[in-house]
Design a binder for this molecule. Sequence first.
Ligand code: XLS
Ligand code: CA
Ligand code: CA
Length: 435
Amino acid sequence: MSYFNFEKIKYEGSNSTNTLAFKEYNEDEVVLGKPMKEHLRFAMSWWHTLSSFGSDPFGGETMSRSWIKKDAIKTAKAKVDAGFEFMQKLGIPYFCFHDRDLISEGKDLKETNELLDVISDYILEKMKATGIKCLWGTANCFNNKRYVHGAATSCNADVFAYAAAQIKKAIEITKKLGGENYVFWGGREGYETLLNTDTELELDNFAYLLKLAKDYANEIGFKGQFLIEPKPKEPTKHQYDFDVQTVLGFLRKYKLDKDFKMNIEANHATLAGHTFQHELNIARINGVLGSIDANQGDMLLGWDTDQFPTNIYDATMAMYEVIKNGGLNSGGLNFDSKVRRGSFTDEDLAIAYIAGMDTFAKGLKVAAKLYEDKVLEEFVAKRYSSYNSGIGKKIRDKEVSFKELEKYALGNCEITNESGRQEMLESIINQYIYK
Ligand code: XLS
Ligand code: CA
Ligand code: CA
């Protein structure tokens, strides 16, 4: 049985007007010495692609997908069939999932875990037959009402224990599926009001759960990279994993910084008041750029709209950071993106993925040219050249005292600065995009 009424999507080049064709993403085209598909490592998200049907706080579902059946196991299996058909037709080499996206919860934890065993066996068969792989798995510790006050940061120790058990199983399933990473998005790890919150205990508990998870992964030989996904708000007013710098401070305090990298989501960056590039850059210079949740927000709205990425400028600067990072290693670009409520056909879903993949392919190509031509590197190196000799070199080498700096400043009253040339650089980037 087929779920999608279109053929395999082909690359037709930038002159094509076919909405069901790639214009920029040509998976085997070599950029900076390796094929596009290896730079981008695209992944389909199980939740927004197969389990999201257009409901919002003001109204119900608008999408009726043919893989939704009356029975939970039949639905779970049909989702696997539909998901693998979709990935094959789009040429998407990876997927990522929450435990609860794969199959709904049973009557208790034991039954839920048994259901996960059944569905992960079925997924494994499909993986073997198609060569499609798992980029990452995660546990959904936020939907169920037991997580009303958080999971690891809940005021209720029974909830902490339940979350730990759920994460233990999710790590086991991710290992079974050969997942290359495991993600922690702190769904409800935050607070609504300080009037009822012990932030110190909550943060200690949060770090302890992460440590237990890492210890367990080591114990069972799960080699995937652990990733934390920062987000500043929504659902809670204050999420503890606010942004990359906040998470870095937290990891360093609890001595977890060697074991975790970050999964950076574009829309979470903008919710934190940063650009996507800022978050990638701060992760890169700290050696924790692990993977990317590729989406975009609506700049006029203050919530996580999770839209498919179509902004070439943002994608270019994101890929520039990825290139400067030497790639994403075990990470990739997963589409944590959902089609708009009004885009309710299956074809809209395919067109959205094509647009997202083309956007990042174009971004990769432009970023590669910028990088090869050293456009920004040469400008930035010259801008900071005062640190290459004289007093600047002594500052860089940390070989100077306040007294020496004062003596230097007293003898150097005429300071000359140079223009930062922001507009010139922006216009050069535009020219690279136009080409
Ligand atoms: C929600 C997050 C979520 C994580 C995985 O805003 O983006 O989808 O990626 O739990
Ligand atoms: Ca999100
Ligand atoms: Ca995400």
